[in-house]
Unconditional design. Sequence first.
Length: 317
Amino acid sequence: MAEPMRWLRRGGRVCLFVALRVLARATGFRHAPALAKLLGELEYRVAWRRRRRCARDMALALGRSVGDPWVEAQLRRAHHANAQTTLEILAMLDRRQDERALASRLALEGMENLQSARAEGRGAILLGTHAGNGILLVVRLAAAGWPVSVVYRQSRMAPAGFFAHGLARYDIEGILANEGLHAYSRMLAAVKRGRLVFVTIDQGVRSPQDGIVVRFLGKDMAVAAGPALLSRHTRAPVLPILATGYDGAWRFRIEPPLPPACGPLATDVERLARASERQALRHPELWSWHHRRWHKYPPARATMPVWKEEGDHAVPR
């Protein structure tokens, strides 16, 4: 019975992808935000069991009381933001979009950090998070003349080649993470050629053998070691990408480079995981709490630190 159910779920995901792709093509990039708000609200209301579980775990991670209305509000906004990101990316990769429309939807700070990191002519690693439309950011960097490679994972929903062909429309090299060592060799080569390699820390990889277990937002899960290994082997600077909001345009900031890699690999993996974790702590309304890579794991038994916002930084209290 397990095998038929698995195929049914997979078929459902494929149907969902096709439906979203049709909607994205029909509405286009310009009108994605309006439709995304409706779809995000629908998902928030219909998946009520998952919503309750996410809100509980989210409150624990943020040091809030379970049932806090503020947490519910942030989770609701996160559904809207994630739906918008999904529709925009589908529209962008399905067909090449107008450059002016794309430029009007992005406000980017911290370019001086990127220029300084590239001053020696080396490549750099851009550390993305699952928050906001990061593909829009790299598309705009490519349009400005920066050589960009994007590490992505083949979705079980999408047809093979969809992401690679879509990225190629904007002269961006796609590196398929599913290819394991071959993908890693391509990442190494890209950095050595002076390219920007945009990679997102993957939490909740399928087994601990695929990563290193760290505490991430109150849950113990295996985190992929690839980005940390890439940093160690190339000595390329790692610049975290922080999504700071959406007000008609996605707001991103390129942070200063992290300290150079040192010590055991596990230490470096945790260092990158902490940089990714700061995104969710600073701007919980943008992070995708309801995705399986986080919500399917139970909270860790140990007590989590309590966080508060101090300016634009999350600090223990």
